[in-house]
Write a protein that binds this ligand. Structure first.
Ligand code: NCD
Ligand code: ZN
Length: 345
């Protein structure tokens, strides 16, 4: 039995830091575990220009604890009026690592998102030419589409067309939640990949709706049926370079989750690696964890792997019922549970 795992330091290819005091409170959790993280741009107002991204990056770097070598990777929030020149310049100067497509109103702070995907086809053409990665929140937003079908519908209405019209464009299908998405990604060429969150490997939709409504298991895209969870576990532990780690850690205070109209998002940054590793252990795939966590992401983004390593060992991690942030409570993912792995260095 493997009791200790030393791997290249992992990166988180999708998370939310927010800004201001909340950001300063959550950055240390991620910097403890990860070398780099793609910081999603859905602030209010969103990060739409290279100048805004540079300023935001500066604020994040100022929040990194002394001694931690953590690099935030910045993302351009695409809108109907994105300036392709600013995006290309920002990428050229190393400010932007990728650009994010949010269908308008798909999720938290996405009101400024793209109203019709074909509207940004000229921007996608430019990204394809410049080698800029497109990150996609893959859900349709039409009121008449059932929330559990929104991801599968997005593939048929938009993603297949994007992949066909822009064959050289690198696309990351973010936080996939369905067997449909895993199958689609596998069927595409090497330019299409996906991130998978820990929560979608651990829970199905019952965790949100059975025994009373469970707001801390609510995120977008919502967890689906058990067969989808099993397909995601198979994809994550398949060893395929198309699937890599993206926590989608999305901090919302307890007061914003436990209310009549609760926010979508799960705050999993504090013990993200312990959470993923539990899944790989259950699947008998500990030997494939380094690829998923530390190697496939850099390879897809064309970045070097991290030089240093981390070590995790079998042992108890007691996850607190809640943590304090900006003088208020926030409930972490796995609150009150004991995980079977812990990070030692
Ligand atoms: C994210 C957030 O709160 O910013 N919420 C979520 O449920 N995942 C946005 C997102 O990634 O959809
Ligand atoms: Zn997200």
């Amino acid at each position: 039995m493997i009791n200790t795992l030393t791997i290249r330091r992992p990166d988180d290819w999708h998370l939310h830091f927010r800004d201001g005091e909340i950001m300063r409170g959550v950055v240390p959790y991620t910097a403890r575990q990860f070398g780099r993280a793609i910081v999603m741009p859905n602030l209010s107002p969103p990060v739409t220009t290279a100048a805004q991204a540079e300023e935001y990056r500066g604020r994040i770097l100022a929040a990194v604890p002394q001694g931690a070598a953590f690099t935030p990777l910045m993302i351009c929030y695409l809108t109907d009026t994105t300036d392709p020149d600013d995006l290309a310049r920002g990428a050229e100067q190393g400010v932007f690592t990728a650009a994010k497509l949010y269908p308008a109103n798909a999720t938290t702070n996405s009101a400024h998102g793209v109203s019709d995907v074909t509207r940004i086809y000229p921007v996608l053409a430019r990204m394809e030419a410049e080698g800029i990665v497109l990150c996609v929140h893959g859900e349709v937003t039409d009121r008449d589409v059932d929330v559990f079908d929104r991801e599968a519908e997005f593939i048929e209405r938009h993603l297949r067309a994007i992949a066909e019209n822009f064959p050289q464009l690198k696309v990351v299908f973010e936080h996939i939640t369905t067997a449909d998405a895993a199958t689609f990604v596998e069927s595409c060429g090497p330019n299409v990949a996906a991130t998978i969150t820990p929560q979608h490997l651990h829970i199905n939709r019952n965790a949100m709706l059975v025994g009373g409504i469970q707001p801390h298991n609510y995120c977008l895209p919502v967890a689906k049926r058990e067969r989808h969870r099993l397909a995601l576990r198979a994809a994550a532990t398949s060893g395929s370079p198309k699937f890599f780690l993206g926590t989608d850690s999305a901090p919302h205070l307890r007061s914003a989750k436990e209310t009549a109209c609760g926010c979508a998002g799960i705050f999993n940054a504090p013990f993200a690696l312990e959470s993923y590793l539990t899944v790989f252990d259950e699947e008998g795939a500990l030997d494939l964890f380094e690829g998923f966590a530390s190697l496939h992401g850099p390879a897809f983004y064309g970045l070097p792997v991290n030089a240093d390593t981390i070590t995790l060992e079998r042992g108890e991690t007691q996850v607190p019922e809640s943590l304090m942030l900006v003088g208020e409570e926030i409930v972490p993912w796995h609150a009150g549970q004991v995980l079977g792995w812990r990070m030692v260095s």
